[in-house]
Ligand binder design. Sequence first.
Ligand code: GTP
Ligand code: MG
Length: 201
Amino acid sequence: MNAKPTVHRASFVASATDVLDLPAPVFAEVAFAGKSNVGKSSLINALLGRRNLAHTSSTPGRTRLLNLFRAELEGGTLDIVDLPGYGYAKVSKAERRAWGPMIEAFLQKRPGLRCVIVIVDLRRGVQDEDRQLLEFLAEIGRDALIVATKTDKLSHSQVWPALQQVKRQAGGAIVLGFSAETNAGRDELWRAILERAGISG
Ligand code: GTP
Ligand code: MG
């Protein structure tokens, strides 16, 4: 299996606030979750080799809907879901209340969902909301993979100890390092995703 698959086509499929309004799941799906501004949308763009397919912003709270993207790869089709970031204090209370159930319903109700990639900022590590999400995923029996992003913000010698720290905080789960800035870790992440999605690169 090649580490980085050829992406023949990457496109936006749909946005919704309610999982039931998304198109019926047909393909293997992976979802990206994490605190607001952690770099979920940037990571999706880096994986797909597209500049701004998933909209990114330096202002937290950019992604407020469930966004479904589709990648046509050499070995099959993969659906990618960019989830709204959690833990951002400045969105309205009503919106914050809606996010938890929106994300939870998605995680529970999508039968094609093979893996949830929980993204944390390597400099901040696993925070309370991340831990709650990881516990919820364990409860409902969803496979989780942790990606610690923005590795470019640390010096080379700091990256390894910081990754070990995240791994400890996550109770020994698999943790991959990543940078959307340098693409470090991209091949390894692709390999992990394809394996879980059952797609050969
Ligand atoms: P929400 O949609 O608000 O939840 O945010 P998000 O998690 O999708 O984050 P987004 O991808 O929009 O990135 C937030 C900010 O972090 C942007 O200014 C990005 O340019 C920056 N960023 C994302 N990934 C990286 C990275 O790997 N390295 C560096 N240096 N900056 C990054
Ligand atoms: Mg986003």
